[in-house]
Design a protein around this ligand. Sequence first.
Ligand code: ZN
Length: 384
Amino acid sequence: MTHKIDQSIIRNQNRAHILKAFRANQIIQKKDLVEHLNLSITTVTTITKQLLDEGLIEMVGFSESTGGRKPLVFQFIKDASVAFGVDISPHTMHIIMVNLCSEIIDQEKMTYEDTPIEDLLESLKGMIHAMLKKHQYTMDRCLGVGLSLPGIVDSDQKQLIHAPNLNTHVYDFQSFSQMLGCEVFVENEANVAAFAELILGDARAVDHAVFVSISEGVGCGIISDHKVVKGTYHKAGEFGHMRVSSAPHTCRCGRSGCWELYASESALLNAYRQHSDNPKLELDDFFAAYEKDEHEVQGILKAYLEDLMVGVENIMLGLDPQVIIIGGKIISRLRHAVPDLNVLLKERHHTIFSAENKVMFSQMSPFSALVGSSLLPLKEMFGF
Ligand SMILES: [Zn+2]
């Protein structure tokens, strides 16, 4: 029995390795699969035949022979199936439909206020069905829907455990999967963003990294040994709620002194509104004032960066990752205003950190979580 299980795991791994090679290269000679993936000719022949039968690859001819039979050449049919990624945040829902190479086929965004999650999912169902119909796909060609959620998530049980920002607490997505007629995958926003950085972004070439997602709150995804670490009770990476101050301000978690009270997008906006004595100002106003070189605004950003770096330091000291990637919704504006964050890090405690410890802005943000959610349905197929 054990032998049978082991064989099927190996077969699935070999199939995933071959599909991953097709995803990366699109057109591949059969002999290259044998040589580069270190697989037997029999294994490659069996799996490529399956993939041909399933309509995932097609034969596109023969390459030049260097003697003997001409090598077969296959092409990946990247539009054979699709997957959906959905980033659900407190006020917006962004959805993308991607092909097997993660190319975006279509996308849509909706905004809302105080909408119950059941109503949001009803809207999402309509958007998914409409997109499939528009691009002439049937549901059996949809590998699934990945959801990025701003809260504590049990991805194995498909449950949202705690999400005060979403107007809901415990929510079971099994019923949404049945209602939709395809598999649904759920993951915490910071974890799924870290996953996107690991597969396609700035963490591809490193073994240990931490993704810090800055939006209304602060969440983190930990990458260790090239895997996203979720902890025993799905709460790993909740650095947004580590205490960095004894000030009595209350956090949405019910405690006080949490890092996100100082490092979140809301923290920067609140500081600006308080300074200007105008509760209607937005972050666009802040960065417009910053561009105009207004002295007080420069001071607010400097103080914010100081608080941001306190948490970055603590994470660096606790986990010693090769890189801390700062991402989230604020980044597209922050990266234009802020110099190299490594300078700020080294200025603070240059003797503690090694020269190799780096901090950087995510190149994929603000879309890391969205891209990551679309990778969830592809995870098993490509062995990510
Ligand atoms: Zn807190």
